[in-house]
Design a protein around this ligand. Sequence first.
Ligand SMILES: N[C@@H](CCC(=O)N[C@@H](CS)C(=O)NCC(=O)O)C(=O)O
Length: 200
Amino acid sequence: MKVLTTLTSPYGRIVRAFIIEKGFEDRVEIIPTVTRTPDTPVLDVNPSGRVPTLITDDGTMFEESALICAYLDSLEDPQLLSPEPGWASRIREARARSMLDGIAVWSREVRRPENEQSPTIVAHETSRALRLAGMFDKLIADGAFDRPLDMAQLTLGCTMHGRSDGRPPGFDWRKDNPTLATWIDTFGARKSMQETLPPA
Ligand SMILES: N[C@@H](CCC(=O)N[C@@H](CS)C(=O)NCC(=O)O)C(=O)O
């Protein structure tokens, strides 16, 4: 199997980290690629051009990080991501993905040429990310992540780990969210997080 991804994509990082958590490094080849160019190799296999894109040995194409992780998890026991009964773990996962989706929009916006950037979008996403950081600070203090690895933890870890204050500019989340900061630092020590750090 092959996964096409950039090494900077947090969505790609979720899949790369999960491959390590699952011990599938020998089963899934990571193919670093570029996106958003007319000749990106992703377009040869996936018309959306998005990463991560998984190609299975029988040629099936998967996109969407959570789906790819669920598929990989299904291939071999123990299943690492079996959600606990009830809705709580899926609710946490959706909240983490909501935070990631907002930060991805924000990060993309500030990479555009300055005269094309929207201060309205930047302000909107800054507020959203800071509000959600505050929510996770409280949830974690209340024990939401005192459990085995799940997609919520993997998503939040890949969203926040390696993201020092001020990246994107104005994302000063650490000082007001010490519980979240400690959790991210602890989660970030996992081999899967250390080996998937985005390039500086
Ligand atoms: N919901 C998707 C999001 C994937 C996504 O937006 N990937 C970005 C990279 S961070 C991408 O491929 N962008 C290229 C493009 O939009 O053409 C997932 O979870 O995998």
